[in-house]
Design a protein around this ligand. Structure first.
Ligand code: NAD
Length: 479
C-alpha cells in the first residue's frame, strides 16, 4: 500500500519530522504500508489552517453546503466500500464481514448527519411585551477528534460527522495502529467540492505527542476523545488548563443479564457474539454475563458450545468469525488476565494463544469463558479488551442489579426476560448509557450513546450528539 500523507488545508503533505511509521497486519505480522509519523509542528499547521477555514469560509453559515458535503462523502464511501473494507481488515485484523458492517455504519452516520446539518436550530422565547430571547446554537470552532484502533473508521466518522454538520472545522488524529484506513476514508473527500480546504484535516502520528498538543493548543476549542479510560483521565487533566470542552467515550465492562424466563435460543448466540465481536476489542462488548442460578449450568454449557464453534483465523478469509487481536502486547495482556482468571475462577473454555501454521505469525487467542467469577476479581472489574467472557451468578433481581452496577464503568447492558415489568424495572436501575432489552449491540445514528460513571462524559449520535458540538448563545432583543 502506498505511503499516505497528512491531509492539511486540502493538500497531501509529508510530516515535517521526515519520519514515517509502519502498519502491521495482526494476522500475519507483515507490514501493509506506511504513514506519516508527525510531530508538533504538523499538528500546529493543521490546527492553524482549520482555524482559518472556520473563520473565513461560509462553512459555519451554509447548512446546505454542509449537508451536500456529508452526503457526497457517504456516496463516495458506498462506491469504495469493498476496497476500504479490505484495508480495514488488513490493518485491524477484523473479519471482512465485520469491516463491511463497520463501513455501512459510517455511511449511515454520514447520511444521517448530512440530513441533520440542515436542522441545527435553537429556539426563541417571548420574555415580556417588548423583550425576546433567541437561544441560538453555534458551532464551537476547531474540534480535535482523537480516535482508537478497534473500530477506526466508525469511531472517527461517528464524531467527525456531527462536528461537521454543526459547522465546525475538524482535525482528526487516528490511532497509531490504524492510520492507513482512516486516511483512506479522508482521501474520499479530496474531490468533494462542498468542503472548503482546511475544514477537514488529518494528521497521523504518536498519540502522546500530537494528542497533547491538540489538548493544550488554545486554537482547538473542543476535543472529542474515544479511547481508554486512563488516557481519557489524563487528557481531562490537561484540558482543564484551558477549560476546554471535552467529550469522552471511554471503556466498559458491560453485562448481559439473563433471567430464568429469557428466550435462550435468542439470548445465547447474542451474548456470545457480544463478547467475541472484534475479538472482544469493543468498548461495549458484553464482556460479563450475569445468569440466574436456576439456568446457570445450562447457559454456561450452551455458551461453551458457541465459543468453541467460532472459526478463528485471518480476517481476509470470508469464513472467519473472529480475527486476531491487534498486537503482541495486547495478546500478552489478555493472557495475563487469563492467568488471573485461572486463579480466581473456573475456566470453561479457551485461555490460550492459538498456535500452528496459520496462527504462528499473528496474534490469535481462543475465545475464552470463565465461570463463577467473584465480583472483586480483576477479570470482573477491569476492561480486558480481548475475547474473554466473565460469568457471574445471581439469585434474585436485587443481586443482579448490584452485580451489574458493581464496576467503575457504565457504558451498556443487556436485559433478557419476557416479563416487561421486570425488564423496565431493571433497565431503569442499571447504571449504563445504553440498555438493550432482549437484544444487544443495536446501534443507530439517531439514538444517543455514551457512558455513565467512568465510561465517559457527553453523548455521541442522535440530537444530543449533534448538540455536543455546539455552543449555546442567548441573544436578547428589546423592541
Ligand atoms: P488509547 O486510549 O490507547 O488511544 C486512543 C487514542 O488516543 C489514539 O488515537 C491514541 O493515539 C491517542 N492517545 C494516546 N495517548 C494520548 C495522549 N496522552 N493524549 C491524547 N491522545 C492520546 O485507546 P485504544 O487502545 O486505541 O482503544 C481502546 C480503548 O478505547 C478501550 O478502552 C475501549 O473501551 C475504548 N473505546 C471506547 C469507545 C466508546 O465509544 N466508549 C469506543 C471504542 C473504544
Amino acid at each position: 500500500m502506498n505511503l499516505t500523507g497528512n491531509y492539511i488545508n486540502g493538500e497531501w503533505q509529508e510530516a515535517k519530522t521526515g519520519d514515517t511509521m509502519e502498519s502491521v497486519n495482526p494476522a500475519t505480522s507483515e507490514t501493509i504500508g506506511e504513514s506519516q509519523k508527525s510531530g508538533v509542528e504538523d499538528i500546529k499547521l493543521a490546527i492553524g489552517h482549520a482555524k482559518t477555514a472556520f473563520e473565513k469560509s461560509d462553512w459555519r453559515s451554509n447548512s446546505t453546503r454542509r449537508s451536500d458535503a456529508l452526503m457526497q462523502w457517504a456516496y463516495k464511501l458506498e462506491e469504495n466500500k469493498e476496497d476500504i473494507a479490505k484495508i480495514l481488515t488488513l490493518e485491524n485484523g477484523k473479519p471482512l464481514k465485520e469491516s463491511r458492517i463497520e463501513l455501512n455504519a459510517c455511511i449511515d452516520t454520514l447520511k444521517y448527519f448530512g440530513g441533520m446539518a440542515r436542522s441545527v436550530f435553537g429556539r426563541s422565547i417571548n420574555l415580556s411585551a417588548t423583550s425576546y430571547g433567541i437561544i441560538d446554537k453555534e458551532p464551537i470552532g476547531v474540534v480535535g477528534i482523537i480516535s482508537p484502533w478497534n473500530w477506526p473508521a466508525m469511531l472517527m466518522i461517528r464524531e467527525a460527522a456531527p462536528a461537521l454538520a454543526a459547522g465546525n472545522a475538524v482535525v482528526l488524529k487516528p490511532a497509531s495502529r490504524t492510520p492507513i484506513v482512516s486516511t483512506a476514508i479522508v482521501k474520499l473527500i479530496e474531490d468533494n467540492e462542498y468542503f472548503p480546504p482546511g475544514i477537514v484535516n488529518i494528521v497521523t502520528g504518536p498519540g502522546r505527542l500530537i494528542g497533547d498538543e491538540m489538548t493544550t493548543n488554545p486554537d482547538v476549542h473542543a476535543i472529542s476523545f474515544t479511547g481508554d479510560t486512563s488516557t481519557g483521565k489524563n487528557l481531562m487533566k490537561k484540558a482543564a488548563e484551558k477549560v476546554k470542552k471535552l467529550a469522552l467515550e471511554l471503556g466498559g465492562k458491560s453485562p448481559n443479564i439473563l433471567f430464568p424466563d429469557a428466550n435462550l435460543e435468542k439470548a445465547i448466540p447474542a451474548v456470545a457474539k457480544s463478547a467475541f465481536i472484534t475479538a472482544g476489542q469493543m468498548c461495549f462488548a458484553g464482556s460479563r454475563v450475569l445468569i440466574h442460578e436456576s439456568i446457570h449450568e445450562q447457559v454456561v454449557e450452551e455458551l461453551r458450545k458457541e465459543a468453541e464453534k467460532l472459526k478463528v483465523g485471518n480476517g481476509m478469509d470470508e469464513s472467519t468469525d473472529m480475527g486476531p487481536v491487534i498486537s503482541e502486547d495486547q495478546l500478552n495482556t489478555i493472557l495475563e488476565y487469563c492467568e488471573i482468571g485461572r486463579r480466581d475462577a473456573k475456566l470453561v473454555t479457551g485461555g490460550n494463544r492459538l498456535t500452528g501454521e496459520m496462527y504462528d505469525n499473528g496474534f490469535f487467542i481462543e475465545p475464552t469463558i470463565f465461570d463463577q467469577v467473584p465480583i472483586e476479581s480483576k477479570i470482573a472489574q477491569e476492561e480486558i479488551f480481548g475475547p474473554v467472557l466473565v460469568v457471574q451468578v445471581f439469585k434474585d433481581e436485587e443481586e443482579a442489579v448490584e452485580l451489574a452496577n458493581g464496576t467503575i464503568f457504565g457504558l451498556a447492558a443487556g436485559v433478557w426476560t419476557k416479563d416487561v415489568n421486570r425488564a423496565m424495572r431493571v433497565a431503569k436501575r442499571v447504571q449504563a448509557g445504553t440498555v438493550w432489552i432482549n437484544t444487544y449491540n443495536k446501534n443507530y445514528p439517531q439514538t444517543e450513546f455514551g457512558g455513565y460513571k467512568e465510561s465517559g462524559i457527553g453523548r455521541t449520535r442522535g440530537i444530543e450528539g449533534l448538540l455536543e458540538y455546539t455552543e449555546t448563545k442567548h441573544i436578547n432583543i428589546e423592541i
